[in-house]
Each structure stands twice: as C-alpha cells, then as structure tokens.
Design a protein around this ligand. Structure first.
Ligand code: ZN
Length: 418
C-alpha cells in the first residue's frame, strides 16, 4: 500500500490524501492511516492526467523534416494540398520515430491519454501500421486511440471511404471524416452517412473533422448530430473543430445547441491551431476560428481542448503543452470568471476523457487506475494564472517522471521590504 499525502486534490473538497493498492486508487480523503510508503506532495495540486483528444501523430515534425522550400502562406486548404507530397516519403520507421518524439513531448508534460487522427487515404496504410504498433508498445505509459481519418476525403480521394473501412478492420478505434473538404455538399453529407453507418457496423466511436472553415454555410454538424441522435450514438461521437459554428447566426446556433443537448454530442476545439488557420480570408474584423466554447459550457454541452498539430504543414509550432492550449483557449473563448476558472481545467482533462469515451475508467475516484499529475501550484486559479508546469506524472501508482520546482542559483532580491 502506498500513500500520497499533503496534496490539494482537484474536485475533492478538503481531501489531501490518496491511498493506492496494486496500481488502483483505494481511497481519497483525510487521515487515511498508515501505508508501506508515504510520499509528501508538499501541498501541491493533484489533478487527473491531461488528455489530448485530437492530435495528428503521423504529421508531427514533418514540416521541419520534409519542407525544404519554406512554409506556405498558412491556410488550411493549402496545407491539405501540400500533404500528399510529404506522404510519398513516409516509412514505418520514420513515422514511428517522429511520433515517439511528439508522444514524449506530451507525456513529459502530463498527458497520459491521446486520441490521434491517422491519415488512411494511403493504400499502403504506412502511418496506420506504424501507429498500431506504437499503440501497443507504449500502452504502459500512454493510452492511444486511433481515428481512421481520410485526410484527402472519402470521395475527393477515390476509394477513400473503403480505405476507412479497411482501417477499421485493421484495428483503428474510431471513424473519422472531413465533410467540408469533399467536392460538393452532397458528398460531404454522403460521407457523414457513411461515418455513422461504419461506426455502428464495427462498433467504433466517431470523431469527425467537422466544418473546419469560417463559412457559416458549412453545417455538416447538423446532419451528424441528427444521425447520432436517431441512433442514440451521441455520447460516442465527437465533432472536432466546428469553426463555422462560431460564425453561425444566433437563432440557428441556439436551435442547434438544444439539439446537441439532446444527442449528447461531444465537441473538441483546437484554440491555437484554429486561431492560426482561420480568419485568413477576413480583412478586419478578423474571426478567431473558435466554436462556441463558452456557450457550450454554459449549456452543459461537452467541449474539450486539443493540441491538433506539432510542427506540420498545418501549424509550425506546438509542443504538447496542454497548459499552453488551455491558456490560449480561455483567452479566445473569454472564460475567466471565478466560476468558469473553477471548471477550466476540465477542458484538458475530464471533458477530453468524455470525448474518448473512457469516463468510466478515468479520473480521481476510488476503484480507478491510480493515474494523476502534480502541478506546481495549490489551486486551479493559481496553476492556470501561472501556467504552472507538471512536477510529476503518476501512472498506476508509479512515477512516469518527477521533477523539482525551479531552484535558483541566484534569487531575485528587490532590495526593499514590503
Ligand atoms: Zn485535426
């Protein structure tokens, strides 16, 4: 039996100890008695591990490795056009090496759960094969969910739909899609029907790149929501991006939000990525590229934040730091009132777990895996305001890593008493 003591435990009023047996949380509370080993956490905040629910692990670091002529102008559709040239050069070894680097970026900063979209519009399935291997090889340090994602379209790419189906047979966990990239609305809608049908047929979850455009006429989320509402599949379905919903008319948006509540559809926003990619055809005012995060939170609609890209043709930056994503997101979405701050950490933890549909085994609760992280602060407000780093990540009761808070050789001395 192992005990972590002297902690501030997120969402557990007044509890300061976690007792662990065989990698599982036995209890959370106060004065939990003696243990074989007791670890003092120095009054720091303990939360459930970060979840990055939307990341392209087959694209990471390809910008630096493959692009010798300099990045393009930085629009979403230009990046999609660039990608096939990169794809020609993929090998399983190279894909694994770059993905491992990015996984290390994320896990070393507190992430323990990743959902990755893998491009399957490739008859060789090079990236998918690499990722299926990694999902298994790294399962003790990180949970990876793989989305069969047709980057070049189910119909724009000839045979794309069938490649998605084959990827599901090969072991992908989720069905993806990109309806706004199909060549006409009719084909986008057809792809949404395919996605839901494939998910039901193979008993998979759904995560669609949906309406990642400023065009308010891109409304594929409406059809996706309707179909999963009718199939009672909403809690297993996520609409990623939905940028256009940020440009939608209010009367349409509020009607839709009522329907999202009924279906229990989940949403993911990628604040840094879409702030960079969207609004490119606007002069001024310039849109933020973000869906209605604040209104979703107020309505009880599940919304999570994600990294999306690390140094790929879509986005040159990115380092797997979920606190950076949260910081950008709460600025862009304007969610910093005292009541909102108390829930903001959920955007990179519990809400992402709901998108991954792992809420039954994720979180700081008795009987669940003893997975958690220790942040360098003592309250949600404190860690968010300071963009606090992760001092330790614990998985099944054992340290994945542990580091000290900053220590100075020479400390700042203001020379005045106050
Ligand atoms: Zn994406």
């Amino acid at each position: 039996m192992k005990k972590f003591t002297n902690a501030v435990i997120y969402g557990q009023n007044g509890a300061n100890e976690i007792l662990i047996e065989n990698g599982v949380i036995r209890s959370i509370g106060k004065n939990l008695g003696s243990a074989d080993e007791t670890i003092d956490l120095g009054g720091k905040l303990v939360i459930a591990p970060y979840v990055d629910p939307h990341l392209h692990l087959d694209y990471v670091y390809t910008l630096s490795e493959f692009e010798k002529t300099g990045a393009g102008s930085g629009t979403l559709f230009e990046a999609i056009e660039m990608w096939p040239k990169f794809k020609e050069n993929l090998t399983i070894e190279g894909a694994k090496r770059r993905a491992i680097k990015a996984i290390k970026d994320e896990v070393s900063q507190g992430v323990q759960y990743i959902r990755t979209h893998i491009d399957v519009t490739d008859p060789n399935f090079t990236a998918l094969k690499a990722m299926l291997e990694l999902r298994d090889e790294l399962k003790d340090i990180v949970d990876i969910q793989i989305v069969a994602f047709p980057q070049e379209g189910m119909y724009t790419y000839k045979g794309g739909r069938d490649l998605v189906e084959e990827a599901l047979r090969m072991g992908a966990d989720a069905v993806g899609g990109i309806p706004h990239y199909e060549p006409a609305r009719e084909f986008g809608e057809k792809s949404i029907h395919d996605i839901v049908e494939l998910a039901v047929k193979y008993d998979k979850v759904i995560d669609v790149h949906c309406d990642e455009t400023d065009d308010p006429h891109s409304r594929f989320v409406e059809l996706l929501n309707a179909l999963v509402l009718m199939e009672d599949y909403g809690i297993r379905t996520t609409a990623s991006h939905t940028c256009s919903f940020g440009s939608a008319d209010d009367s349409y948006a509020y009607r839709m939000m009522d329907l999202f509540k009924k279906s229990k559809l989940n949403f993911i926003a990628c604040p840094t990525e879409n702030a960079y990619l969207q609004g490119r055809h606007d002069t001024y005012p310039k849109r933020r590229g973000l869906t209605r995060v604040k209104e979703f939170m107020e309505s009880g609609i599940n919304i999570a934040f994600a990294q999306d890209s690390i140094n790929d043709p879509w986005y040159p930056m990115g380092n797997g730091n979920m606190m950076n994503i949260l910081d950008n997101g709460i600025h862009l979405a304007q969610i910093m009132s005292p009541g909102e701050i108390e829930k903001d950490l959920d955007l990179i933890t519990y809400n992402g777990a709901r998108c991954l549909h792992i809420q039954d085994r994720y979180g700081l609760e008795e009987g669940k895996d003893a997975n958690f992280i220790v942040l360098d602060g003592d309250s949600p407000f404190d860690v968010i305001r300071n963009r606090a780093g992760v001092l330790a990540s614990i998985r099944k009761g054992e340290y994945l890593f542990k580091q000290k808070p900053i220590e100075y050789d020479v400390e700042l001395d203001l020379g005045v008493a106050y």
